[in-house]
Design a protein around this ligand. Structure first.
Ligand code: ADP
Ligand code: MG
Length: 225
């Protein structure tokens, strides 16, 4: 079977004033369907940059990203936003939930953007919140939830459109140990039960070990750990 994702000779530089700093320098990566990958590396090496590029939240300076063997067309905004919404779930260190909406409404948002019918979006969102153990918190606003509960809502939101890939950037970085482990277990369950591939940037070594395959980002490229 083909790869889910391939990254080919990826470059990314940023301008800092007059100076160009190159963060990714000819990076390659292959990811199989349903695979789990931990991206580790020192702070500032470019882990978030890489996840943003894969998620098409930012454009590479050079290089290609292939999804299901097709090059993602970086200049086609319609195709990009479709790809971003339908194929990828994002989980960030800080969850970016909408403060004025309830848990269930937050989970519904990506589905409503895709014009899913309201009743169906609500029932899907409720089913997911039940799965992440928040059956009794459906109508709470984020401010009334603990940090771990908020992150579980964010994870539920990331999978409502049944993506094939979750990109998680330090998903447990702002959580204490036990709560962080709950979020880890939840990501693993989604991987195992739904076959969703996981790419996780983390500096948590235990988490990285549990993920399985680890690569270290260093000098702009990935090395097996
Ligand atoms: N939009 C940007 N403009 C300029 N520099 C950036 C931008 N985004 C990231 N950087 C720089 O790129 C480097 C890598 O950042 P980042 O990908 O966040 O690293 P990591 O996630 O591994 O800690 C850092 O030096 C950061 O300052
Ligand atoms: Mg980062």
């Amino acid at each position: 079977m083909s790869n889910l994702l391939s990254v080919r000779d990826l470059y990314k530089s940023f301008l800092e004033g007059e100076k160009e700093i190159s963060i990714l320098r000819g990076l390659d990566l292959d990811l199989n369907h349903g695979e789990r990958l931990a991206v580790v590396g020192e702070s500032g090496v470019g882990k978030s940059t890489l996840l943003h590029l894969i998620g098409t939240l930012d454009r590479p300076t050079k290089g290609e990203i292939l999804y299901l063997d097709k090059v993602i067309p970086m200049d086609d905004e319609t195709a990009l936003s479709h790809f971003r919404n339908r194929e990828i779930g994002f989980v960030f260190q800080f969850h970016y939930l909408l403060p004025d909406f309830s848990a269930v409404e937050n989970v519904m948002v990506p589905a409503l953007i895709q014009r899913m019918d309201l009743a169906r979006a609500r029932s899907e969102a409720e089913r997911l919140l039940e799965m992440v153990g928040l059956k009794d918190r459906m109508s709470h606003r984020p401010g009334k939830l603990s940090g771990g509960e908020q992150q579980r809502v964010a994870v539920a939101r990331s999978v409502i459109l049944e993506p094939k890939l979750i990109l998680a950037d330090e998903p447990t970085g702002s959580l204490d140990l036990r709560i962080g482990e709950e979020v880890q277990d939840l990501l693993f369950r989604l991987n195992e039960e739904k076959g969703i591939a996981l790419v996780v940037a983390t500096h948590n070594r235990d988490f990285a070990k549990k993920i399985g395959r680890q690569v270290e980002l260093r000098e702009g490229r990935l090395f097996p750990v």
